[in-house]
Design a protein around this ligand. Structure first.
Ligand SMILES: Nc1ncnc2c1ncn2[C@@H]1O[C@H](COP(=O)(O)OP(=O)(O)OP(=O)(O)O)[C@@H](O)[C@H]1O
Length: 255
């Protein structure tokens, strides 16, 4: 089923990627994202989700080549990676790093960039103490580092945010807080989103549309809830049936 069209902010047409030795990694991936829209990208490990996102932002790893693609992005694009600590420079205090991203992207003075960085700290619920004493990434928790990374992405004033499993490395309660922050910010700032995850509960609550990838191709796509309720492709059916149900503690017999 082809997706419904809003004013597109991103169009990916026939994206194919391969290694230098011509091993196909992503084949003919196409999708369109409307302004403010959220699309989930799910599928087995190694199916090409991360490489698809990296292609859009032009950050393919060395050794991977774009064989074909027509990518049209009519706005600013930012990306949040899976490993927040790895995404930060370990040798540079975090507020300094954030201010640098602000200064570079918003073309403002050093002083103004620090002020904007402080506003972003507040927006992301980071400790006010960071304003008095900056800290290195290893001195923050994983959740705090991911908030810094999100703040950096927002400093680019993105029209589209690419999220590559942004909560996978975090514990479940922090995952929930980060997802709430992303949802709130999307409502406030109106950016579109492509959200890569293995978690179908996350896509069902955050994404109106869903693409399922397998072996480098999109094998099924559609409105998220319709697709999850009525998957057509046998792989999607297996993916959905492999989700563990929440235990029904009420009915569990007392041992
Ligand atoms: N730098 C690289 N060099 C060679 N092959 C790579 C490289 N990075 C990824 N690949 C291969 O490309 C394919 C797609 O990888 P990708 O990281 O996009 O998968 P993914 O769907 O995001 O997986 P996961 O859910 O585990 O993150 C995989 O077969 C992977 O082994």
């Amino acid at each position: 089923m082809e997706e419904k069209m809003m004013a597109p902010i991103l169009e990916v047409e026939k994206l194919s990627l391969a290694t230098r030795s011509k091993k196909k990694l992503v084949s003919n991936v196409s999708f369109t994202i409307g302004r403010g829209e959220s699309m989930g990208l799910v599928g087995e490990s190694g199916s090409g989700k991360s490489l698809t996102l990296r292609s859009i932002i032009g950050l393919l790893p060395p050794g991977i080549e774009q064989v074909s693609a027509n990518i049209r992005c009519s706005g600013r694009c930012a990306m949040i990676f899976q490993d927040p600590i790895g995404a930060l420079d370990p040798l540079c205090p975090v507020v300094g790093q954030l201010a640098e991203v602000v200064a570079y992207n918003q073309k403002v003075s050093r002083k103004a960039s620090r002020k904007i960085a402080f506003e972003l700290l507040d927006m992301l619920g980071l400790p006010a103490s960071l304003k008095q004493k900056d800290r290195y990434p290893h001195q923050l928790s994983g959740g705090q580092c991911q908030r810094i990374v999100i703040a950096m992405a927002l400093a680019c004033k993105p029209d589209i945010l690419l999220c590559d499993e942004p909560t996978t490395a975090l514990d479940v309660t922090v995952q929930h807080q980060i997802l709430e922050i992303i949802t709130r910010l999307q409502k406030e700032l109106g950016f579109a989103m492509v959200f890569v995850t293995h978690n179908l509960a996350i896509v069902s609550s955050m994404c109106s549309r869903l693409c399922v990838m397998k072996e480098g191709q999109i094998i099924e796509r559609g409105d998220t809830l319709t697709l999850l309720q009525n998957p057509q492709n046998p792989y999607t059916q297996r993916l959905i049936s492999s989700v563990l149900p929440v235990p029904d503690f009420e009915r569990r017999p007392v041992l």
